[in-house]
Design a protein around this ligand. Structure first.
Ligand SMILES: C[S@@+](CC[C@H](N)C(=O)[O-])C[C@H]1O[C@@H](n2cnc3c(N)ncnc32)[C@H](O)[C@@H]1O
Length: 480
């Protein structure tokens, strides 16, 4: 998994090296059914094995099952060399893995195993294809811009959409390694459920109907670096149903929430998980195309709030502005006319305090990523400008619970930044009632856009769709 720290591209980051805690390893092996006598004479591989978190536990399970079956040490030694496989690109890590496997085997009195664990680039290895009973692991998460060999990655069909990531390629290779009754269990970013980059993979899984189980860890962080992850259990054979689990952080085990058909969780090409009833409602919201009782838009994007938003002494060419994320009012320099057209700079210069404010910050303003025809003294983007003289409601776009909602009336002549705003004929109280209900939190949690601190985020489109669906449900969609 790629560390999210800024700065130089370290070897760890380039190879996505982060290790999996023991309890997650056990969860994945259990969900795959790699336990008890089922493991005997079955091939298991971790094709990005690091120092062997998965393989050492696999060895322990194998040895335990062999002891229960009364298999001789000599035979057990041979079987470990034949059925346990690992690939790791980093030689040092590979050596550590071998040492850890020897240590695990020695605890069962087994020595001198000729392990099939070696250092190589998994993208170039095909000798396991179609042969593995179990493929397990925590594949490297390396974003496209950090990939050292992008050409090699581009050849894989799961890497064809959007800004790809190496873990998608490992899903493709892992599935290819399975034999006809094989099972794959990986922990990887949950963005796979709704990202553009995950599109090709989702299409493949939908075609194969092979998702046996999903454990969405949601906000829970089992790794040192922040990543929102999910465990997926995929099979070579199609599955009639998928079991959806959430993660019990105290017990450190997955808890089954629902048993779903593919049609329940595959919504407009993305995956969303929850109980069937909530997913049915989500499907209706996502496909709602009736009357628009509300329009939701993004607030100002000045691309330099510290210049445009402040508490200066001058009042000319300023408007009150609300920060959508906090509900706090401030003053905003607004160099536009009543129709949202940028004023000539000469008009602004006529106010001495304003002229000096501009003069002191020319470089700062010019450093913004502006379009070629965007004047340097205006906002960086045009969003929100033309609605200043309309009545609207500002709202935040990050929530954990109904109590986090910040909804405020903005009279004509005021602006919104760092948040969204709603244009509608409906009253503030009606909007508040809809957005303060637990059902709204359920909806945004199913969208799966996780943020740190336990927050969910949503876009203007997500909110607009929800409000319009809810008003239609109440028979108040503006049709009467
Ligand atoms: C997230 S770590 C997981 C390590 C181990 N499976 C675990 O769970 O603790 C991913 C590992 O993949 C290795 N890796 C990265 N690219 C690889 C490649 N192309 N072929 C093989 N291994 C690779 C990294 O060096 C790293 O050890």
């Amino acid at each position: 998994m790629a560390k999210q720290t800024a700065g130089a591209l370290t070897e760890e980051k380039a190879n996505g090296r982060v290790y999996t805690p023991d309890y997650i390893v056990s969860n994945i092996l259990d969900l795959c059914g790699y336990q008890g006598e089922a493991v005997l004479q079955r091939h298991v591989i971790d094709n990005s094995c690091g120092d062997g978190a998965f393989l050492t536990e696999a060895v322990r399970r194998y040895c335990g099952a062999a002891a229960a079956r009364g298999i001789s040490p000599e035979q057990l030694g041979n079987e470990l060399g034949k059925y346990i496989h690992g690939i790791e690109i980093n030689q040092g890590e590979c050596q550590k893995c071998l040492a850890n496997l020897n240590q695990a085997a020695e605890q069962f009195g087994i020595q001198g195993v000729s392990w099939d664990v070696f250092s190589a680039d998994t993208l170039t290895v095909d000798r396991f294809d179609g042969k593995m009973d179990y493929v397990v692991g925590n594949p490297p998460y390396v974003r496209v811009h950090n990939l050292q060999d992008y050409e090699a990655v581009k050849g894989f069909s799961f890497a064809k959409s959007g800004m790809t990531d190496l873990f998608l390629v490992f899903y493709e290779i892992g599935l290819r390694m399975l034999n006809r009754s094989g099972v794959l269990g990986y922990i990887a970013p949950s963005s796979i459920f709704n990202s553009l980059a995950g599109t090709a993979m989702r299409e493949c899984l939908i075609g194969r109907r092979n998702i046996k189980a999903v454990v969405d860890l949601k906000h829970y962080q089992p790794f040192e670096a922040t990543a929102y992850t999910a465990i997926m259990i995929l099979t070579a054979q199609p599955q009639a149903e998928t079991v959806y689990y959430e993660y019990d952080q105290q017990g450190r085990i997955p808890r089954a929430v629902s048993t779903l058909r593919q049609e329940d969780f595959c919504i407009n090409g993305s995956f969303a998980f929850g109980i069937r009833e909530d997913l049915n409602e989500l499907k209706q919201i996502m496909s709602y195309s009736g009357k628009k009782a509300c329009e939701v838009k993004n607030g100002f994007a000045t691309l330099c709030d510290r210049f445009f938003i402040g508490d200066w002494d001058f009042t000319e060419y300023t408007i009150p502005v609300i920060k959508g994320s906090t509900g706090q009012w401030r003053k905003c320099l607004f160099p536009y006319d009543g129709k949202g057209k940028l004023l000539p700079f000469e008009a602004l210069e006529s106010v001495p305090a304003l002229r000096s404010h501009y003069e002191q910050n020319v470089d700062l303003l010019k450093k913004r990523s502006l379009g070629p025809s965007d004047p340097w003294y205006g906002f960086g983007r045009s969003q929100g400008i033309s609605d200043v003289y309309k009545r609207k409601y500002a709202v935040n776009s990050l929530l954990r619970c109904p109590g986090d909602l910040k909804l405020s009336l903005c009279e004509p002549g005021t602006g919104v930044y760092s948040g969204l705003y709603i244009l509608t004929e409906h009253s503030l109280d009606e909007i508040r009632e809809i957005l303060s209900a637990d059902a709204f939190i359920t909806y945004i949690s199913m969208l799966g856009k996780y943020k740190s601190g336990g927050y969910y985020t949503y876009s203007s489109k997500d909110l607009q769709r929800y409000l319009n669906y809810k008003f239609a449900e109440r028979g108040q969609d503006g049709d009467e």
